[in-house]
Design a protein around this ligand. Structure first.
Ligand SMILES: C[S@@+](CC[C@H](N)C(=O)[O-])C[C@H]1O[C@@H](n2cnc3c(N)ncnc32)[C@H](O)[C@@H]1O
Length: 188
């Protein structure tokens, strides 16, 4: 993996990327769902739906949702796959709080359990989940390799690892539109 400077939310602090990311999500938690809908023009819902449709083919009974945030991927998995257990794990207590409120409202507390934790140091046993998934989460990891290897460690042999993430378009005109959107509009 090439050496590069981590992209951090705040430039005026010496706090680690992890600390800054936690602070940022704790701060935006109450607005996160609405921001997501606006910034993606609602497409984020369709992306999660498509990812869960793919995962459903594997019929996992136990699922770990890494960087679950406000739980949208976990909730979609509970709705479509109907597994026995989903653990939603995140480093931001405020994101989890909002997620928990949604889970209670939807009557999914028997299936989804929201827990605080760090994806780069998972507290779960090796080979303990049928599926491990993350939506728009891995880009926030301070150490991507460590985070991905932890996800793999807790996955049962033959299980499914699902990562939903942006890619960078390489060709005109999508490449130019993507850069304009992410460098100008999105940071606001
Ligand atoms: C863009 S949000 C995605 C939330 C959710 N998966 C979704 O689809 O909306 C990224 C989440 O990653 C979490 N996160 C960032 N670094 C983390 C880490 N090291 N361990 C656990 N969660 C982390 C943040 O707190 C935030 O909730």
């Amino acid at each position: 993996m090439p050496d590069h400077k981590p992209v951090t939310p705040y430039s005026d602090t010496d706090v680690s990327k992890k600390g800054q990311v936690t602070r940022m999500f704790d701060k935006i938690a109450p607005y996160y769902d609405n921001l997501n809908r606006i910034l993606s023009f609602g497409i984020d819902i369709l992306w999660r739906r498509k990812a869960i449709k793919m995962l459903a083919k594997e019929n996992p009974l136990t699922i770990l949702d890494i960087a679950t945030g406000t739980g949208d991927l976990a909730i979609e998995a509970a709705r479509v796959i109907k597994p026995i257990k989903i653990t939603g794990m995140d480093i931001s207590a405020n994101m989890l709080k909002i997620g928990n409120e949604k889970i209670v409202k939807k009557g999914l507390t028997d299936v989804i359990n929201m827990e605080i934790g760090d994806s780069e140091n998972l507290k779960y046993e090796t080979a303990s989940y049928d599926a491990v998934m993350a939506a728009f989460g891995v880009r926030n990891f301070e150490n991507l390799e460590k985070g991905l290897s932890e996800m793999f460690r807790v996955l049962k042999p033959g299980g499914t690892l699902l990562v939903l993430e942006f890619s960078k378009p390489r060709y005109f005109p999508l490449k130019q539109l993507f850069n304009l959107y992410f460098k100008t509009f999105y940071p606001l």
